[in-house]
Design a protein around this ligand. Structure first.
Ligand code: R5P
Length: 293
């Protein structure tokens, strides 16, 4: 019932305390709208400023990848330890329980397979479906230097425009063609183009030399792509070097779900990403957890 008589007199307007206005914790994201920021804050942990994204979207161009033959069996046990799941709407709707509180980054580009030219992609999900699925970002592949470079860039810019209408961020995923040099110069070019054209964050591969310059010259957060399966210590070292070089986390797939002990591996990756654990200590953690199994 309304307090019409205003009998509670003890009101305190704290007129001496100015309302706080805090800067948003993510690089380059301070001028975004509330919904965008809130979604990004569900991907990136506001305390560490970083994320562990678990990438399981491989099937959209290569079918049942090793480790993803049965997502219900191999991936659901890993979900509690990821900050975010990166996947397709097919797997989301068929396998991931809607009761999950994990943020979702939805793969929205597609249309090609490993049997054809991969860069010939289109936008493969309507923005309204991303909104219906309550996703926190939409991932689009960008093939800088690829055969269909222009088409992939405009796929991304269209998603940025549509996502801006709905408050959904766009993740640009830099894809490297077979014949292209994977070096800092290439990734500075690719990531910067994505950010300049509006991507809210960018996924890119790690390079041994100059990865810090890739992060420094990109005005939005970078997450490191995992790539092909490496020995666990090497993958943890790569993740460590990436976050120490300025990455705001990782988006790893095969190096987690193809590990001999995937739960132990994702926990070790979390230690590196969120707690700055050294590779050797994270590897010890991995082995301890693996042997407990
Ligand atoms: C590739 O660009 C896709 O996004 C992949 O399907 C996936 O994200 C790659 O993950 P990873 O290389 O860590 O297995």
């Amino acid at each position: 019932m309304a307090d019409l008589d205003d009998v509670q007199e003890a009101k305190n307007y704290h007129t001496d305390i100015p309302q706080k206005s805090e800067a948003f914790f993510l690089k380059g994201s301070n001028s975004l709208d509330w919904g965008m920021k809130n979604r990004l804050a569900r991907i990136f942990n506001p305390e560490s400023g970083r994320t562990v994204m678990l990438a399981i979207d491989h099937g959209y161009f290569q079918g049942p990848t090793t480790g993803l033959e049965r997502v219900d069996i191999s991936i659901l046990p890993l979900v509690p330890y990821a900050d975010t799941l990166m996947l397709t709407r097919g797997i989301l709707r068929t396998v991931i329980p809607p009761s999950t509180s994990k943020s979702i980054v939805l793969r929205v580009s597609g249309g090609t397979s490993i049997l054809k030219e991969l860069s010939n992609e289109d936008i493969a999900v309507d923005i309204e479906d991303s909104a219906r699925l309550n996703v926190c970002a939409m991932a689009v592949q960008v093939f800088i230097g690829g055969e269909h470079e222009r088409q992939s860039i405009t796929n991304m810019t269209k998603m940025v425009d549509m996502g801006t209408r709905y408050g959904i961020p766009t993740l640009a995923v830099t894809a490297v063609g077979k014949d292209m040099a994977r070096d800092a110069r290439y990734f500075r070019l690719a990531t910067r183009i994505c950010a300049e054209l509006g991507a809210h964050y960018v996924k890119t591969y790690y390079v041994d030399k100059g990865f810090d310059t890739v992060c420094a010259s990109c005005p939005v957060p970078i997450v490191m792509a995992g790539g092909k399966k490496l020995p666990e210590l090497d993958a943890l070292t790569m993740a460590y070097n990436a976050v120490q070089g300025g990455a705001a986390g990782v988006d790893m797939g095969r190096n987690i779900f193809q590990s001999e002990a995937p739960v132990a591996m994702i926990k070790a990756v979390r230690a590196v990403v969120h707690n700055n654990e050294t590779p050797s200590k994270a590897f010890d953690l991995y082995n301890t957890l693996k042997n407990q199994k």
